[in-house]
Design a protein around this ligand. Structure first.
Ligand code: AMP
Length: 466
């Protein structure tokens, strides 16, 4: 099967050749002809399947071949996405695939000044990729009107609902022309998504390229059980032991991100971070540095889970499990893309058993468990099963001696738990110092150590020269 046989025009084929896309992926084989023919589409396709090209290529072709030029403050194709990162990524895809086609494309999202977006919309755009909130803002200010919208794309629709955009989406649906093409892409199909699909799609072509909610089969994934307080140390230990050099690391909280980043930095890794409190240009810069290899470790909260397009990322490390099970699929979707193989490791503590059970039910498999010598969990992580069952409930946790954080989150210093010693107030120590039994560490002298220091396996972290 070739792209040419799917009916794509020469300029697009040339661009694909330049990008070294040789054969269409399964979702592209099904989506491209359907979208070209003007039909609605409902596609169960997770990130990494090539879904963006699946809708962008045929839409670019339709824009070139059909319809009048766009008027000022109008858009012909509207792509709704959950996050700014995904907005930028999808925009880049349209630009790359549509090189030389003389179409105007724009991404509009919150967190940055609205004025440049309003200016760019004055001439009208062929493709507007937007997050729902900012799109409505622009619409309220008459910067964009919807009467020329021919096609609406909902990309990662499940994630938009997870992020609480249901009201905004309904407002957009109500404002769009009834006569239009609608394409809905979602990694998972919950009842809410199905209800939304029933409301907005007309006789859609159904596409499912892998079992819904399954993770890419080429990804090797397992969990390492550990006590919550030992997660940062275990993380550093695993990175050093396995000589992991390029990884995307997920942590639940912003503080956790900063804390791990400081540890990695201290240990000599090139590291950057992405979280919701970081301005958008800084996030994009971090992503770019990670993509080019300037940064080895990118530590992120879930805000970055979607929309990161990184080729050949071999490894995702979940230092905390996500609260929403679907986010696990999105997180590890960063690796094993477009047929590549990857590794996803999750550090799991007893509190996270319900999240683990929910993830296993979603992906319909029980994740292999490992223990790392020297980091065995004292609070046993209850057994879980692929039916979402927790086989034995965890014992009621003892009264905590450390500050409470979100369930399962890696613990980071909080105001109430300032260490007593001056040394502990400083940045976390390099793991090598911990292995050598000197200096400070999260497990030996920090407020996270409710228990006595552990002895680390011989030859552990000390071996690494990052
Ligand atoms: P997506 O699922 O749209 O996020 O795409 C996942 C990755 O696969 C991106 O890095 C794309 O550039 C890449 N990709 C998409 N389609 C193809 C193709 N037919 N051949 C090679 N790479 C592709």
């Amino acid at each position: 099967m070739s792209f040419a046989s799917l009916g794509l025009i020469d300029p697009l084929l040339r661009n694909l050749q330049d990008l070294n896309y040789r054969t269409p992926t399964p979702v592209q084989v099904k989506a491209i002809p359907a979208v070209l023919s003007g039909k609605d589409v409902m596609a169960a396709a997770q990130t990494g399947t090539g879904k963006t090209a699946g809708f962008a290529l045929p839409l670019l072709q339709r824009l070139v071949q059909h319809g009048p030029a766009v008027s000022s403050n109008r858009a012909r194709v509207l792509v709704l996405v959950p996050t700014r990162e995904l907005a930028e990524q999808v925009l880049q895809s349209f630009i790359e695939y549509g090189k030389g086609l003389d179409l105007r494309c724009l991404a509009a999202y919150g967190g940055v000044s609205i004025n440049p977006q309003m200016m760019k919309l004055r001439k009208g755009v062929d493709v507007l990729v937007a997050t729902p909130g900012r799109l409505l803002d622009l619409n309220r200010q008459n910067a964009v009107q919807f009467d020329q919208v021919q096609t609406l794309v909902l990309d990662e629709a499940d994630r938009m609902l997870d992020l609480g955009f249901a009201r905004e989406l309904n407002a957009v649906f109500a404002a769009l022309p009834a006569q239009r093409q609608t394409l809905l892409f979602s990694a998972t199909f919950t009842d809410d998504i199905r209800a939304m699909a029933a409301n907005i799609l007309r006789g859609p072509v159904h596409i499912s390229v892998s079992p819904p909610n399954a993770t890419a089969s080429k990804i090797r994934q397992w969990v390492v059980t550990v006590d919550k307080k030992n997660k940062p140390d275990l993380f550093m230990h695993l990175v050093a032991e396995n000589n992991w050099k390029h990884a995307l690391v997920f942590v639940k909280t912003r503080n956790g991100v900063d804390y791990l980043a400081a540890m990695l930095d201290e240990a000599g890794y090139a590291v950057d971070t992405i979280h919701g409190d970081k301005p958008q240009p800084a996030r994009l810069r971090a992503l770019e540095r990670f993509k080019t290899g300037e940064v080895q470790m990118l530590v992120a909260t879930d805000v970055a889970a979607r929309g990161l397009d990184i080729d050949d990322l071999p490894l995702v490390i979940n230092v905390d499990l996500p609260i929403v099970a679907q986010d696990y699929v999105h997180r590890i979707g960063r690796t094993g893309r477009a047929g590549a193989s990857g590794v996803a490791v999750s550090l799991v503590c007893a509190d996270e058993a319900p999240q683990l059970a929910a993830i296993e039910a979603l992906i319909r498999q029980t994740l292999r468990r490992e223990e790392e010598p020297g980091f065995e969990a004292e609070h046993r992580v209850p057994q879980t099963s692929a039916t979402g069952e927790i086989i034995k409930k965890p014992k009621k946790p003892k009264k905590p001696k450390v500050p409470q954080v979100a369930p399962g989150a890696m613990q980071v210093p909080g105001k109430k738990a300032r260490p007593q010693s001056g040394a502990d107030k400083r940045k976390p120590a390099a793991p090598r110092a911990v292995a050598a039994g000197k200096g400070t560490s999260l497990s030996s002298g920090s407020p996270f150590s409710a228990q006595k220091p552990r002895s680390k396996p011989a030859g552990g972290r000390g071996k690494r020269q990052p």
